[in-house]
Design a protein around this ligand. Sequence first.
Ligand code: SF4
Length: 353
Amino acid sequence: MLHWYEAERRDLPWRRTADPYRILVSEIMLQQTRVDTVIPRYEQFLARFPDLAALAAASLDDVLAEWSGLGYYRRARSLHAAARAIADEHGGEFPRQYTPLRALPGIGDYTAAAVAGIAFGEPHVGIDGNVSRVLCRYFGIAEAPTRVAVRRLLAAAAGSLLDDHAPGDVTQALMELGAQICTPRSPRCVDCPLLLRCVASADGTQELLPVRRKQTVVDVAEAAGVVERSGRFLLLRGQRPTVLADMWEFPTRDSRLREAVVAEDTVDPADDLRSYLAELGQGSVTLRHLGEIRHGITNRRIVCAVYRADAGPTGSEPVALSAKLGWFTPAEAARLPLAASAKRVFALLGVDA
Ligand code: SF4
């Protein structure tokens, strides 16, 4: 496998460095995001925050703004929190071992093992989705890798591959194998360096492994309101306790889940939006339908109807508002950590943000 990796590996920017900071950034950015998408954003992120000290000194808002569009913003918060903890608690020196890396805020098993193995040669293999697929197939592990006991089994299985080999190379070779050969569908077993010893290939069970736990997709209908005053748009932050809590959004309500069983319980998001805008001090508004945007967050498939809200007589203050509220021009909004959906609403309006 290591010979194969040496010959076939893709030349990726984070493979040209031994700098633990750069490796950490790449490992966090690559979670849930495709390599092609990550490459330009990785370069851009490092141009803005070239080292750990620069990231630790930056505000969370600046980091979130730089992360904008990559999704899964918890990753950006984790990266920023980890950089600050290394600066404050470790005197700016990167911890080399798995245990202190794992103790950093927001750093999970995978990232700690990958950084310890790749940057410092510690005997740990980072087990991401690609690696766990290869291991489940190679060792014939027919249980869902999301289970804690199976994750432990995978860590032990990966450890058994290390022996005299560099852990970082083993991790990266397994990842590359999962990305190029042992793909989720139609793995190219004939080209695989593990073919002769692979249990799944011998059993013909490649396509059945790893065992998946089904995640239910939930359809959500939202309504977003565009309120404009003198070229400035009303945006809110923290209006919903979701993964988007740190991002600025247009006033948005979601209330009509397609899976809702009792029809009486469903509320038209537009009506809900009208009441919400009244709560936000916009008086009684008239909603004009502008279009729809479709997007997804984790397991939610969202259709968001966008309305221009022409405000009636205003003047009341927002009631019991826990969210932050502000009025921004599109240019000012572009400098905020802006939810991807808000960018698309601006696009629908024909303005860049
Ligand atoms: S032989 Fe096939 S199933 Fe086994 S590790 Fe290689 S590509 Fe995956």
